[in-house]
Structure formats: structure tokens, C-alpha cells
Design a protein around this ligand. Structure first.
Ligand SMILES: *[C@@H]1O[C@H](CO)[C@@H](O)[C@H](O)[C@H]1NC(C)=O
Ligand SMILES: [Fe+2]
Length: 680
């Protein structure tokens, strides 16, 4: 008689009593053991539980390929879900096998878990593995189904199986409850109380400080002082919350007829627009995507959306400053080109219109579509097409955690008709749908891959562009890590081509996420190790770095409403010289709209878990490159993870150093502040 030792490790998952019976069978290349019950009790949910079970076997199983878990309901007790982290098996001769799973088992189910070695089907694996993977994917495709959210947007999860999903997406009970009960939302409630019913305009700008005053950050304070300055307006294109929109401009667009005379007062006397265009010092922010986006109605009042164009100049002092603004796409008498030499309030309001457009494009396009919805596409496709034993699953799954739940919540309460967004944004739920459709038509693989994006936008040499610099350092670190993983599991390019699971995954993302838009340049299949490396780098970057760049600064830059009005109550001025401070106050959101916007930005910017001190260690575990779940069990990938972490730590050190002594810091892309996944 031989004895196999078995341990079940459920790190960190505290939970209720499991009343269901759990059985295990070990499946080896030669034969399998009989069904053996694991006597689980509440004790099993303590973090360090190491209860060891002994499984007898008449024969030598040979290499252990799979463990099969049975969860069977007891007759009269309610069903209890069971979280299975990792199963470890020690053979009689002392060989250790690890079976990472990290998922919930819900209902009466049988689940087979593959041993931890990453396996691809082009490597000709054991037929038992092939069969297990087919069954696993069939099951997962039943629970994770695609659904259309709105015409022209990427497809999303059909949340009918939502309870199941939440469990398997590990948006654990703890996090869920915290989200509802956390102190931030209570504070927000209190903050809102005095302003909830006030639909007046602000009577002056300093009054806005009142709601702003008990919630602020170092940066938001600075913003409230700097918002009117042209240099700060330009700075936000590089290091604000939407650092991805400006492009080099080498020719003045036909529909934005800026002339030499118009800008001569802004440029230094020694130069001319023509020269600056040639020298690559002119940039453009074009919000044409907002054309025909349905405006919202707030407090019974129809709001206005403009599709402005803003020309910027890199000064010899290396500042980026706006030099001309047109609040529409069609030039004409009613669409004057505003200039810094106009009256203070003409110019200020013109900039506010641009900031408003920037906020709408940022939230709907670069935040919601480019990160949240795309991460969801990656998640659903990964679940449906990649089995747990696939190396790509192992590599990216922790970059996809929490996203489904956050997005389902957002669709229910934030961007749904009548949701929070309808209370404060010029682009309400109806507008968001238009923006998503137009956005997807414009989304490109180039813009998703940072090095290509920087080149395409022609912004390689702008000084002090920290989003680019930090982003590029991290992109390279991710790319090196991913490339090593790819080369470890894929011997050559043929192995990539011949991996049916991988190809089905890429194709599904192309179909369901990009609606087969060829022009997007997003691949529908991958041919080489290099292709695969780039693609996976893009996936990880999107879910972590890109999201941090467009998410973390929301409160900093948006809480001082004049800096980024969330909605505009009057049409853009059609004549110069008509704007006064009163026009500005009447254009900006009313008091209670301002309050609800502030509250939302607060909730969206902070991860509730961050603020709860005793859970801080869990955030540290979830930061970029730190993987609390051990999906990789082999030495090589484990070492590669450590190298990756070391590299990120070095990048973090350099970023901290650069920020030392600066009042306006850029720390959103310090790897220590970046989460692995889109989780808020
Ligand atoms: C603002 O006040 C009006 C009037 O009391 C109310 O109908 C509206 O719902 C309020 N808006 C918000 C965002 O609370
Ligand atoms: Fe977000």
C-alpha cells in the first residue's frame, strides 16, 4: 500500500462553515486513487491551515497529472460555496506536485485541476489533460456568456450568473461589504447633505471651496490655485488625468484656421507659427469625437457639449501652453477662435470648455472604454478560452481580478439610464453610449501599445512628460518579463501558431471586443513569439498602468470644479467680448451638481481597501507585479517574477527620487501605486 499526502491551502480566505462534503481523487498517468473525503471544517479557512490528508493507493499512480474534486451537497443543509486555493500532493517517493486553482466551487460539482506546470496544446500533452481542458472550458463557457451592452460597444459579461461570477472573480464578501460600508461613502453622504437640494448657480468661485474644503489632497489644493494659468492648462495634457490625447501638429487643420497674426502675440518675437510647426513645437488637442454626442439634461435643463480644438505650443522654457481655441469643428463667424490676448473671462471660459471636453473624452473613452471595458473583454475571453493550466492564463489572470464586479456595478449604478452619471455629467448615459460606439470605431492597437502610441502622436521629445517616461520604463519591464515567459513556454513561432487555445482567445477578443474592426489593427491571430509578447504586454499594461494613469488622478484634477467642469449649462460663446464672471458661473454646474460630482470623483479615485489600514497588506499584495496566487509552480517563471519585481522596485525608486522636492508630483505611475488590475 502506497500513501500520498495531500494539503489544501486557502491563503487568506476566511469564510463560513462548509457543510457540503468534499472528496478528492488523484489522477496519475498510470491510474487513479479511490474517492477520499476531505474533512473540512471552519478551521480550513484559517490562513495557515495545513491539515495533511493521507490517501492510500494500491498502485503507483506515476506522474500525478490531475486532482479531481467533488463537492456534494448534504441533504438538508443549505449549499455552501467552497474556495479552493492550491492543492499540494506529495508522492510516496517524495515528489511534490502543486495544483493551483484559486476559485470557488459553487453547487454540486466535479472539478479537475491540472498540475501547475504550464502546458500548451501544441506541446502534445497527455490525453487526460486534453480532455480535462475541453471539459473545463465547456463549463466556463456556460457561466461566462457574452452580451451586448449597447450597439457598437465592446461586448460584456451577461451577468445573469452574477453570484457565481462574483465568487470566481474573488470580489470577496469582505471587499463587497467594505465598498458599501466604508467610511468614504459615509463621509460623502455627509458632505452631500447640505447641498443636495440646491440648484442655484455658485455666486462666486471662492464659495466652491466650501464643499471642497473637507476633502482635499495636496494636488487638488494646488489645482484650485493654478487652474487659470496657461502653463498649468498645458501641464495637464502631459501629467494630468488624461495624458494621452495631444498630438504633434505639423500642419494647421483646414477646419481650424489659425493664422500667423492670431498667434504672433503668444509666440516669442523671434519666431513664427510656420517655423514652430516645422520644428515640431506645435501640438493639437482635438475633441472631434464629441461631435453629435447626445447631451444630458440636468435639473430639467438641457446641457451643452462642444467638440473643441486647442492648439498648443512648446515654449523655449519647455512649457506647453494653449495659443488658440475653437469651440467647434466648423469654423465660422459664430465659432470664433479664442486667444490668450482676449479678455480674461473670454479666454478662461474657452479653456474651461476645452477642459470640459477633455473630461468627457477622458471618462467615456480613455477610462471607461480603453481600460474598464477592454479589461472586461480580456477577462471574459480568458475565462472562456484559456484553461487554468495554460501559461497565458497563469500570467494574466491576476491582472483581471475584480474587473467584472466593478464593471457590473458601474453598469448598474453609474452609467445606467438614471444612474449617477446622469446627475452631473454633460454626457449622460445616452451620450456615453454614443461615445462608446464612436470610441470603438477609433480605438487602435497602435494606441494601446505605449511605444507605438508615443511615436504615432509624435510626442517623443516633449520635456517633462512623466506619463510617457514612467509608462515607457514600466512597459519595457513588462515586456522583458512577458518575453521571457513566452520563450520559456513557446519553443518557437510554430508553437505560437499551433496553440489552438491561444489563437481562439485572440480571435474572441477581436470579435467580441473589437467587433472585428479590421482598421483597428488589433490582431485576430498571432504568428510569432514577438507578436505574442507584444499582445500580452499590451493586456497587462492596459489593466494596470494605463488604468492607474487615467484613474488615480480623478479626484486630484476634477474635484476643483472650475478646473474641469463636468457639464456646461450654456452654449459656447458665439461672440468675443461677451463673457463675464457671471457667464462663467451660469455655465458651470449648479451647486448640487458640483457636490455629486465631487462625491463621485472621491469614490472613484480611492480604492476603499486602501483606506482601511488593517487591509493595507492586501493592497500591497495586489500591486503591479505582485502575485498572491501562485499559478506558476516551476522555478523558471517564479524566478522571472522576482526579477520583474526587482525591476519595478528600481523604477519606483527612481520615480520617487524625481518627485523629491516637487510640489506638483507625478506619482500615479510609481509601480507601488499601481494595482495589477482594473479594480475601481
Ligand atoms: C438637485 O436638487 C434638485 C431640486 O431639489 C433635485 O431635484 C435633484 O435631484 C438634485 N440633484 C442631485 C444630484 O442631488
Ligand atoms: Fe477606473
Amino acid at each position: 500500500m502506497l500513501t500520498y499526502k495531500v494539503k489544501v491551502i486557502n491563503e487568506g480566505y476566511l469564510g463560513g462553515v462548509v457543510t457540503d462534503a468534499i472528496y478528492i481523487v488523484l489522477v496519475g498517468v498510470n491510474c487513479e486513487t479511490v474517492k477520499h473525503q476531505l474533512h473540512l471544517a471552519w478551521k480550513n479557512f484559517l490562513p495557515d491551515d495545513d491539515k495533511e490528508y493521507e490517501l492510500p493507493s494500491d498502485e503507483d499512480l506515476g506522474e500525478v497529472l490531475l486532482v479531481r474534486l467533488y463537492k456534494e451537497r448534504s441533504l438538508c443543509l443549505p449549499e455552501s460555496p467552497w474556495y479552493c486555493g492550491k492543492v499540494t500532493v506529495i508522492s510516496p517517493s517524495g515528489v511534490a506536485y502543486h495544483f493551483p486553482y484559486y476559485q470557488w466551487l459553487v453547487g454540486s460539482v466535479v472539478r479537475e485541476i491540472q498540475e501547475g506546470k504550464g502546458i500548451i496544446l501544441s506541446g502534445d500533452p497527455n490525453p487526460l489533460i486534453v480532455k480535462q481542458r475541453r471539459t473545463e472550458l465547456e463549463e466556463k463557457r456556460k457561466s461566462h456568456r457574452w452580451k451586448m451592452y449597447c450597439a457598437g460597444a465592446p461586448h460584456c459579461i451577461d451577468e445573469d450568473g452574477i453570484l457565481f461570477i462574483i465568487r470566481n472573480d474573488q470580489y470577496s464578501l469582505a471587499k463587497h461589504t467594505l465598498f458599501l460600508l466604508n467610511k468614504e461613502s459615509l463621509k460623502v453622504e455627509m458632505l452631500m447633505e447640505g447641498y443636495r437640494r440646491c440648484t442655484k448657480s455658485w455666486t462666486n468661485l471662492t464659495d466652491i471651496k466650501k464643499i471642497f474644503s473637507n476633502q482635499r489632497t495636496v494636488t487638488s489644493d494646488l489645482v484650485s490655485g493654478l487652474w487659470k494659468e496657461d502653463t498649468f492648462f498645458g501641464y495637464q495634457y502631459l501629467n494630468g488625468v488624461n495624458p494621452v490625447i495631444i498630438k504633434k501638429c505639423t500642419k494647421i487643420p483646414d477646419n481650424f484656421p489659425v493664422s500667423e497674426e492670431m498667434v504672433s502675440a503668444s509666440l516669442s518675437a523671434s519666431t513664427a507659427l510656420r517655423t514652430e510647426l516645422q520644428d515640431g513645437n506645435i501640438f493639437l488637442a482635438d475633441y472631434e469625437i464629441l461631435l453629435d454626442v447626445t447631451p444630458n439634461t440636468i435639473n430639467g435643463q438641457l446641457q451643452y457639449i462642444a467638440a473643441p480644438m486647442c492648439l498648443l505650443w512648446k515654449t523655449p522654457q519647455n512649457d506647453i501652453i494653449p495659443i488658440a481655441i475653437q469651440l467647434g469643428q466648423t469654423p465660422g463667424e459664430d465659432t470664433p477662435i479664442f486667444l490668450p490676448s482676449d479678455t480674461e473671462w473670454d479666454w478662461t471660459l474657452a479653456k474651461m470648455w476645452v477642459r470640459n471636453a477633455d473630461l468627457l473624452v477622458h471618462e467615456g473613452f480613455f477610462h471607461l472604454l480603453y481600460t474598464h471595458l477592454l479589461a472586461e473583454v480580456f477577462h471574459v475571453a480568458t475565462t472562456r478560452q484559456l484553461p487554468v493550466g495554460h501559461p497565458v492564463y497563469k500570467l494574466i489572470i491576476q491582472h483581471l481580478h475584480y474587473t467584472l464586479d466593478v464593471n457590473v456595478q458601474a453598469r448598474k449604478s453609474l452609467i445606467a439610464p438614471g444612474g449617477t452619471i446622469d446627475l452631473f455629467s454633460g454626457c449622460g448615459s445616452a451620450g456615453v453610449n454614443v461615445l462608446l460606439r464612436k470610441g470603438l470605431e477609433r480605438m487602435t492597437y497602435t494606441s494601446l501599445c505605449l511605444p507605438d502610441d508615443i511615436e504615432f502622436r509624435g510626442v517623443q521629445s516633449i520635456p517633462n512628460y512623466f506619463y510617457r517616461d514612467d509608462g515607457m520604463s514600466i512597459w519595457s519591464a513588462i515586456e522583458r518579463f512577458v518575453s521571457d515567459i513566452v520563450h520559456y513556454y513557446y519553443e518557437n513561432d510554430e508553437a505560437v501558431c499551433e496553440d489552438p487555445e491561444l489563437q481562439a482567445w485572440v480571435e474572441e477578443i477581436y470579435k467580441e471586443g473589437f467587433l472585428e474592426y479590421k482598421d483597428s489593427g488589433i490582431p485576430s491571430s498571432l504568428e510569432t513569439q514577438g507578436d505574442l509578447t507584444r499582445y500580452l504586454t499590451m493586456v497587462i499594461f492596459t489593466c494596470s498602468v494605463r488604468h492607474a494613469a487615467v484613474n488615480s488622478g480623478q479626484f486630484d484634477f476634477y474635484s476643483w470644479m472650475p478646473n474641469s467642469p463636468s457639464s456646461m449649462r450654456c452654449p459656447p460663446p458665439a461672440r468675443k467680448g461677451t463673457v463675464t464672471l457671471q457667464t462663467v458661473l451660469d455655465t458651470m454646474p449648479q451647486v448640487n451638481t458640483t457636490a455629486v460630482c465631487l462625491a463621485t470623483m472621491l469614490l472613484l479615485s480611492v480604492d476603499p481597501l486602501d483606506k482601511v489600514c488593517d487591509l493595507q497588506p492586501r493592497f500591497l499584495q495586489r500591486r503591479l507585479g505582485h502575485y498572491p496566487e501562485e499559478h506558476f509552480t516551476e522555478d523558471v517563471p517564479k524566478k522571472l517574477i522576482q526579477d520583474f519585481q526587482r525591476e519595478l522596485a528600481e523604477i519606483s525608486r527612481q520615480i520617487k527620487k524625481r518627485n523629491e522636492g516637487r510640489s506638483l508630483t507625478y506619482l500615479y505611475l510609481d509601480p507601488e501605486n499601481i494595482e495589477n488590475s482594473v479594480a475601481i
